[in-house]
Design a protein around this ligand. Structure first.
Ligand SMILES: [Ca+2]
Length: 543
């Protein structure tokens, strides 16, 4: 998702360009690693099984902004899956990681998420097409190969190619391989576990996008928040009224009144309690508003009442429903207050116009979607097998020794309910909680937006936990999340976004509180004594 990422990516691209000075290359002659690096450009990788590869260029990028000196390899896997591979010149940790992309991908900017500072060889791909913007579907028009590469194949062939090039550079194969992606990257993560169970030892996916059911929900939520004339139904004050009422009902489910709801799925909040009494118009909601709020909580239904999804947004998420484009947020808000198209609306439009099969094209608009009719085509469309990562049969991945960690924020507009549903379906398929938890765990994080950010304990070193699980057999019985003081990002300047954080957190990153996050279905509850800003004073509780 997230057009906002473009801003960050532009900053990152700019810093990368700045990191490619001529002097970097003048050192090459005296540095064997640099010579080895540039030699990759003329090496023949066309024989890699499944992933014939052409390297386009290979050169040293000098250390900058905490990213150590690395050999930057750019190329593509047949026919057009572009990639960038970063190989640390020194202190390689003998591991390989692939970073997933966001939105419709189409560029290599996600390398900025590479944990090169931890010594990883790291690859990111454009998933088979090139695009200048995060939400773009035109590339998909009459391009079935491109749809396959974006849908499932790209992440796999890049893993195969990346490992081969890494082995060639270091003369050693990586000991461990990982994948970490968020949003679309989490869909890639699930695809890998389901379809290519031998690619990675550990797979991490956040802001979980299981299949394109989320596009249907995006469209529903943005439509329900407006009246028939397209006017927003809620002022900022109305949203706050609704949010506070949800908190009044459920904030204490974690034992502490802190604006965070521990398990919103348990929250039986009824907005009709806010109905305005005669003559009162402040601090209450109209019938039309109550109806809209209920529809957002319930998710898409037909006019006959047929439920088209596993549910809608959860109580506590209300502040994320309508935002300003300039808000420091998740990027998955249903609508923007200023009337411009939100990032999710951009996605919906591009998806339906160009990525459905056959694509209706430019003449199609969001208002054309009929929830009584079009969901049938949408729910069984010809494109869905390419992009749906909803197979709960993970037996091959488990047998291969793979570990899977998914994480979702309860405030995410990419529905956490869908991730929960996938987890529970997998649990049934795999034989029960124990048979699932020994290789697959889901973490649901209070007060957290898409991927990261929000009022909750969202700053979590997922990769560190996954390394412990894969390499030392320490399954994550709890994660410790921290809340980073949001003014920190403003002070940092561009890119002023949680995505730019490096893990483990650096010492100068200010945190307000820490909190444990337990594997679903558990959540953290305050013990009643001790400083509630410290994780140690919480314990797991169950529904
Ligand atoms: Ca609370």
């Amino acid at each position: 998702m997230i057009k906002r990422f473009i801003f960050i990516l532009l900053s990152v691209v700019a810093s990368l360009l700045g990191a490619l000075p001529c002097e970097a290359q003048t050192e090459a002659a005296t540095d064997t690693s640099a010579a080895t690096c540039s030699a990759l450009a003329s090496a023949d990788f066309s024989g890699i099984a499944e992933a014939p590869t052409q390297i386009v260029d290979a050169q040293i990028v000098e250390a900058k902004d905490g990213v150590p000196r690395f050999c930057q390899v750019r190329g593509y896997v047949w026919p057009q899956v572009g990639f960038e591979l970063r190989l640390p010149v020194s202190d390689w940790n003998h591991k390989f990681i692939e970073i997933g992309c966001g939105g419709s991908c189409g560029h290599l900017g996600w390398t900025f998420w590479c944990p090169t500072h931890r010594g990883y060889a790291c690859i990111a791909s454009n998933m088979g097409h090139q695009s200048g913007k995060e939400q773009d579907g035109l590339w998909a028009y009459n391009n079935l190969q491109g749809q396959m590469d974006f849908g499932y194949r790209g992440a796999h062939v890049v893993a195969v190619a990346g490992k081969a090039i890494t082995e060639s550079y270091y003369r050693n194969a990586p000991k461990y391989s990982y994948f970490h992606g968020c949003s679309t990257g989490s869909r890639q993560a699930l695809m890998e576990a389901q379809r290519y169970p031998w690619d990675f030892d550990g797979i991490i996916g956040g802001g979980v996008w299981v299949d394109d059911a989320d596009t249907l929900s995006f469209l529903w939520h943005s439509r329900m928040l407006r009246n028939a004339d397209g006017k927003l139904l809620f002022s900022k004050a109305d949203i706050e009224t609704l949010h506070q009422a949800a908190l009044d009902k459920c904030d204490l489910d974690d034992g502490i009144k802190d604006g965070l709801i521990g398990n919103p799925l348990n929250c039986r909040f009824d907005p009709s309690t806010l109905r305005c009494k005669s003559g009162v118009s402040n601090g209450c909601l109209t019938g039309e508003q109550i109806d809209a709020a209920n529809k957002v909580y319930s998710g898409p239904v037909t006019s006959a009442g047929e439920q088209l999804s596993v549910g809608g947004l959860v109580p506590g998420s209300e502040r994320g429903w309508i935002k300003e484009p300039s808000d420091l947020g998740s990027g998955t808000e249903p609508v923007f207050r200023d009337g411009s198209a939100s990032y999710t609306e951009d996605w919906e439009l591009e998806y339906f116009r160009w990525m459905t099969l056959p694509p209706p094209g430019r003449g199609w608009n969001l208002k054309d979607f009929d929830f009584d009719r079009d969901y049938r085509r949408f729910s069984s469309g010809a494109q869905l097998p390419l992009t749906s990562a909803n197979n709960p049969d993970l037996r091959k991945f488990k047998r291969a020794g793979g570990k899977l960690l998914l994480y979702v924020g309860w405030k995410d507009n990419v529905l956490p309910r869908i991730a929960v549903d996938y987890y529970e379906t997998t649990q049934k398929t795999m034989g029960g909680p124990k048979e699932t938890q020994d290789f697959f765990r889901l973490f649901t994080i209070p007060g957290t937006d898409h991927c990261l950010g929000g009022e909750g304990p969202w700053a979590i070193d997922y990769l560190g936990y996954m390394e412990a699980w894969v390499e030392r057999g320490q399954a994550p019985d709890r994660l410790i999340g921290a809340h980073v003081d949001p003014t920190y990002f403003k002070r940092q300047g561009a890119p002023p976004h949680p995505l730019a954080l490096r893990f483990p957190l650096e010492a100068d990153v200010p945190t307000d509180f820490t909190r444990p996050i337990y594997p679903y279905p558990l959540w953290a509850k305050y013990k009643g004594v001790g400083d509630p800003r410290k994780a140690e004073h919480f314990e797991p509780t169950a529904p």
